[in-house]
Write a new protein. Structure first.
Lengths: 417, 269, 299
């Protein structure tokens, strides 16, 4: 009897092996459906809609494979480099994360796509720098976003407030709100704990921001310490909601728990999904520089790549899709479906305030700084997110926080210069 | 009376958050306010909310696959685990404790660390993105609990039952199937329920080992809506999705209530 | 065939077992083979990779470089690990008191009531809810201006200050997990035969003394299951912390499993993270061995 049980089990394993679906496909075959691995599980519907259009246009449809935990997603993608199953297309992060996998010679070169797109005006030369390593381009932009302040227009109207043009005006608004028992700003101790650090530093000294992310400056430098002190004074003044509040920031803004929430332009999706109207229920403004003598206003910029592998199952199909992705036709749909901005300057954006920042950014009005999340190498970022999370709950400990982050930075830069 | 009172009070405390879940899942998607979460809205928007959720997550083939995994794997695991427990306890397998520790050891590994090597192995063995592969991994994960519960359950069963059956000339396997399995009805059911729920709600293996929507479990398709910061999903939509997909589990709880009524597993066999 | 189910009565039971009956010895290992093979192939084998990585320096991309015991050396010097260990111990102790202790209470109070299963239903329902839903349900309760603060008339940052955050999450965990333990305890209680209880009742035992001296020893085998599972699960506490606080703020609510995950996948320090995983596994293995070995003697 035991033998038959074991036999049954073996049979099950063999059966399983025989039925192995997508996994067992031989490489280098020509494909009509591309798997698109991503850590944006909620975007599946948007990816599918794009796939429907691409099927019509270039005969390639898309199968989104959504993940929910970025860290685990990245580990699995890295593992696929040495496994039999590889994604046709996958989303990633710019900055150190992309550089790391480019160095491993895993990512397909997209220089030709970029050159043509820049010539056509579908992509900008400025954007290329985030995708360039050793003179060549890799991946194409999945999305771009500019960071600024979303504000509750009804609250602003109630107290006769206008979007600020200087830092002092912003602080004055916060003060007016405080006198009326309204919290001005949202912040959080989880994940997006870096937002205010990034904004204050970029608005005070963008060069220091860049040097910090490349290990040429220290977190304990006076300029960085001053930023933390300013941040602390804003918290001490009572302008922020409680950082441990787990309410969705979309609801925070909608219900007026805080009058202002700083996020990337993609936060627009949260607003529209809550039936909020741009211009009447909420608005968006560029956060003024802390240091008024800077020549340009610093705007935090984020761009996520869509990549293909050198050893993709069907490299030609992958390239064909990436090329199509950058076109105006594809980008019009992609941007409209999510109510967000596009990497393609030719795309017109329905939302006025967000359309304006895109246009201004394209014309060189702002000093764009790469988002802290992408600009900072992962081990330092991990320490920094923890540090800022601690800081927002215990602002008094800012020196210790900076020392801890610098310790992780020292460890990292000692082996990665 | 005191017993009933204590149970009722505790039960009401437990229902508090459940009430929050239900009330807010019924609320229209755009009228959620955390500071007034207690107050019922009087609307019945749960269907619209759930429709919004599935509109953005392809659940088509997922439901059938998930049901397959969460029924077949626990059923296999319960049988395999019970047989192991029976062999160790009743048949007095030599070194039984060590065999047991070996099987139980499967539960002590941190699951998150198994995913990357499992992904690599599965993709090289052609098990990636296949239903048999998912059944296999879910069965393996479920076996230790089944073995543990049944092993301990059988230690409480008098050995004289086994001896009597042997006297009648029954084979060891026959005794297992005809006497010990029926005796362990409530234990088998409890293990099945726990493992069904675990697999039904699993995200880890589903995310790591599948890609096609017909093979991926339901939770992997829905979780993005509830956890993704870029999604901006309104809370009622997330809760409605969570509530509706947990209905099969609740139905299973209700359907098996009777098995856990006092005395059913006792007396004559 | 009609059989009276007799129980080996509690503590003394094991000793009175008859000697080995002559069985088909040849077949016996075969019966455990499916269980052992499945567990070995799908759980042990992948874990060996982690064990190997714990002796290397690895970022998930470039080939792992052998690093000897360096990762384990770093473990000893990492101050964050102490917090992790402390929190993990709180989780283990808390789990024994709350989900296990309360689970036992609910089981004992309800198991022989008419319609007892209905009294237990409120405790089972939360178990049906998935992890992601858990955070959504509890955030309006635990947030700063949330329901808990208003009910208690206090102003506590439940998810920020240590050790409040670990304790708050422990309560959420209790809410979700109580039903599992109750269910297993009920199975244990149900498997007790009526005869010894009735005999003890005739001798005048009731209430606490009946429970303490008759019922409790008889349900020992399933109690061992609940405690054994809770011990391992609480040492491995991960999901709820990851969903509610991600181990923060400032790493103050991290458990060993969260530290492991953070180092391996978030910071891409696979070697160090694997060393934490190995430490965790050794601790969990040793704890369950010591507990179960003792339990086998008494049950």
């Amino acid at each position: 009897m035991s033998r038959s049980l074991t036999a049954a089990l073996t049979a099950a394993v063999l059966l399983a092996a025989a039925c192995g679906g997508g996994g067992a496909e031989a490489p280098r075959q020509s494909k009509t459906e591309l798997s698109l691995y991503n850590d944006k599980g909620a975007w599946s519907k948007y990816f599918e809609d794009m796939g429907a259009l691409s099927k019509q246009r270039i005969g390639l449809s898309v199968k989104p494979v959504g993940h929910t935990d970025s860290a685990q997603y990245q580990a699995l993608i890295k593992a696929s480099f040495r496994a039999g199953v590889k994604p046709d297309l996958f989303t990633w992060q710019t900055g150190g994360m992309l550089e790391e996998i480019v160095k491993q010679k895993q990512v397909a070169d997209t220089t030709a796509i970029w050159q043509e797109a820049i010539k056509n005006g579908d992509l900008s030369q400025d954007l290329a720098s985030y995708y360039t390593f050793g003179g060549k381009q890799y991946c194409v932009p999945l999305n771009v976003a500019y960071w600024g302040m979303f504000y509750n227009k009804k609250i602003f109207d109630k107290y006769g407030l206008q979007p600020p043009t200087t830092w002092d005006e912003l602080v004055k608004i916060a003060d007016t709100l405080k006198q009326n028992n309204v919290k001005a700003f949202y912040h959080t101790s989880v994940l997006f704990s870096f937002v205010w650090f990034e904004q204050l530093l970029a608005g005070s000294d963008p060069d220091l921001y860049d040097r910090l992310s490349t290990g040429k400056a220290k977190y304990t430098d006076p300029g960085v310490v001053q930023v933390m002190e300013r941040w602390k004074s804003l918290i001490d003044a009572g302008y922020f909601i409680n950082p441990g509040d787990k309410t969705d920031p979309g609801d925070v803004l909608k219900n007026g728990k805080a009058a202002m929430v700083s996020f990337g332009t993609w936060f627009n999706t949260s607003m529209t999904q809550r039936s909020m109207q741009a211009g009447t229920d909420y608005g968006f403004f560029v956060i003024p520089n802390v240091n008024p003598s800077l020549p340009k206003t610093s705007v935090v910029f984020e761009s996520g790549p869509l990549c293909s592998l050198v050893k993709a199952p069907d490299p030609e199909a992958g390239m064909k899709f990436l090329k199509w992705w950058t076109t105006t036709e594809a980008q019009e749909k992609w941007s409209a479906s999510r109510g967000d901005v596009s990497a393609n300057p030719k795309v017109t954006i329905a939302d006025q305030a967000i359309g304006q920042i895109t246009k201004d950014a394209g014309s060189g009005k702002y000093r764009l700084v790469n988002r802290y999340f992408e600009a900072t190498p992962p081990p330092i970022l991990t320490a920094a997110l923890d540090g800022f999370g601690l800081f927002v709950t215990k602002p008094g400990e800012y020196r210790k926080v900076l020392e801890d982050i610098q310790k992780a930075a020292d460890d990292y830069w000692s082996t990665h210069q | 009376m005191i017993r009933r009172a204590v149970l009722l009070v505790l039960g009401l405390v437990w229902l508090g958050p459940t009430y929050l879940l239900v009330v807010n899942a019924f609320r229209p998607a755009n009228s959620y306010d955390a500071s007034r979460a207690w107050a019922p809205s009087g609307d019945i928007a749960i269907f619209q909310n759930f429709a919004l959720a599935i509109e953005r997550a392809d659940l088509g083939g997922s439901l059938a696959s998930t049901l397959l995994y969460s029924v077949v794997s626990p059923a296999l695991a319960v049988l395999i685990g019970a047989l192991a427990g029976y062999t160790i306890v009743v048949l007095r397998l030599r070194g039984g404790f060590w065999w047991f520790m070996l099987i139980f050891g499967g539960t002590i590994f941190p699951t998150q660390m198994l995913l990357v090597p499992l992904f690599v192995t599965y993709s090289d063995a052609g098990l990636y993105d296949s239903r048999p592969g998912m059944i296999l991994v879910y069965t393996a994960v479920s076996v230790p609990l089944a073995a543990f519960v049944l092993r301990n359950f059988f230690t409480g069963v008098a050995f004289s039952i086994f001896e009597a059956a042997r006297m009648d000339g029954a084979s060891t396997l026959r005794i297992f199937v005809r006497i010990y399995l029926p005796l362990a009805g409530s234990a088998l059911a409890a293990v099945f329920i726990l493992e069904f729920t675990f697999i039904w709600n699993d995200l880890l293996f589903g995310l790591a080992l599948t890609q096609t929507s017909g093979v991926r479990p339901v939770m992997t398709q829905l979780a993005g809506l509830m956890t993704d910061v870029y999604a901006g999903t309104p809370v009622p939509v997330g809760l409605a999705a969570g509530l509706v997909v947990s209905l099969p589990t609740v139905a299973l709880f209700l359907a098996t209530q009777r098995l856990f009524a006092r005395g059913l597993s006792l007396g004559s066999v | 065939m009609t059989l009276q189910l007799e129980r080996a009565p509690g503590r003394a039971g094991g000793a009175r077992r008859p000697r080995r009956a002559p069985l088909h010895g040849r077949l016996r290992p075969g019966y455990v083979a499916p269980a052992v093979l499945l567990v070995a192939a799908l759980l042990y084998a992948p874990f060996l990779w982690t064990v190997y990585l714990s002796f290397t320096s690895y970022d998930g991309l470039a080939p792992p470089a052998f690093a000897g015991l360096r990762n384990f050396g770093e473990l000893l010097e990492d101050p964050a690990l102490l917090t992790s260990i402390r929190n993990t111990l709180i989780w283990v102790a808390g789990t024994m008191v709350l989900p296990v202790g309360l689970g036992l209470l609910v089981a004992v109070l309800s198991y022989d009531l008419p319609r007892g299963a209905w009294y237990r239903l409120p405790f089972m329902l939360p178990y049906a809810l998935s992890g992601a839903g858990l955070a959504m349900v509890w955030s309006p309760i635990l947030s700063h201006d949330g329901i808990a603060n208003r009910l208690l008339g206090v102003d506590t940052a439940f998810l920020q200050e240590e050790p409040h955050n670990t304790l708050a999450m422990l309560l959420v965990w209790t809410w979700q997990q109580l039903g599992v333990n109750t269910l297993l305890f009920v199975v244990g209680l149900q498997s007790i035969p009526k005869e010894p209880i009735e005999a003890a009742r005739l001798d005048g035992a009731s209430g606490w003394s009946l429970f303490r001296h008759v019922i409790w020893p008889l349900m020992a085998p399933l109690t061992a299951v609940v405690v054994g599972l809770a011990l391992v699960a609480s040492l491995k506490t991960f999901d709820i912390v990851w969903v509610m606080t991600q181990g923060g703020p400032g790493r103050n609510s991290e458990t060993l499993a969260v530290t492991m995950y953070r180092e391996t996948f978030v910071a891409s320090q696979y070697g160090y993270g694997s060393a934490v995983a190995v430490l965790l596994t050794v601790v969990a293995g040793l704890a369950s061995y010591l507990y179960l070995r003792g339990q086998v003697r008494t049950a």
